[in-house]
Design a binder for this molecule. Structure first.
Ligand code: ADP
Length: 181
């Protein structure tokens, strides 16, 4: 039991260090995006599938509505961080029996991804700060994170000249919308 506590603690510390270093490099422009063309729907599905054991264990329903053949020119690794953070938050803040929905549509010039959950939601006050470094609105889940995930997400989306928005209602759920070219 003690060993598990130590391992979990070290893992959280390592995750935090990785996030701090990534964010730092992004902010200091030491990461130059490696742009390539790839299928966004495939990336979303691959990323989502990594959470299969999480949603099965938590008894969370998954719904997807992912358009085919949506190609984007972007840094796949950086964009992968975005989906990972949004998915892991959706699962973290959604109780058993809830639903997480991922959708992708393409308009003439943009790809629009929505990650929706039926979780605890957040107040407008919390929503106004979530993209700030180290901000954690929900302290009951604070051991599972470090408040850096969405700061990193925002930085990546800014670098890509994209947009990210959030709509949320307490007790109803949250939807993050990401728009990229
Ligand atoms: P962390 O998840 O490590 O706390 P993040 O930067 O990923 O940090 O998120 C910041 C805060 O935004 C969270 O602490 C939580 O209050 C809020 N948040 C993010 N995603 C969701 C969500 N899907 N549902 C409810 N609250 C969320």
């Amino acid at each position: 039991e003690y060993a598990k506590g130590i391992t979990d603690g070290s893992r959280r510390m390592a995750d935090m260090m990785t996030n701090i270093l990534k964010l730092n490099r992004l902010e200091n422009q030491q990461i130059y995006p490696q742009v390539s063309e790839f299928d966004l729907g495939e990336q979303l599905c691959e990323c989502l599938l990594q959470y299969e054991n999480v949603w099965e264990k938590a008894n969370i329903e998954i719904e997807t509505d992912i358009a085919e053949d949506v190609k984007v020119k972007a840094d796949a690794e950086l964009l992968g961080h975005v989906w990972n953070n949004l998915f892991s938050n959706a699962f973290k803040f959604t109780p058993s029996g809830g639903t997480v929905t991922v959708s992708l549509i393409a308009t003439d010039h943009h790809a629009i991804v929505k990650v929706r959950d039926t979780g605890c939601g957040m107040t407008a006050e919390v929503g106004a700060h979530i993209f700030e470094k180290f901000y954690q609105g929900d302290t009951s889940h604070s051991v599972q994170g470090n408040g850096l995930g969405l700061a990193l997400v925002k930085r990546v989306i800014d670098i890509m000249h994209g947009e990210i928005g959030v709509e949320s209602a307490v007790g109803v759920g949250t939807t993050f919308t990401v728009k990229i070219r």
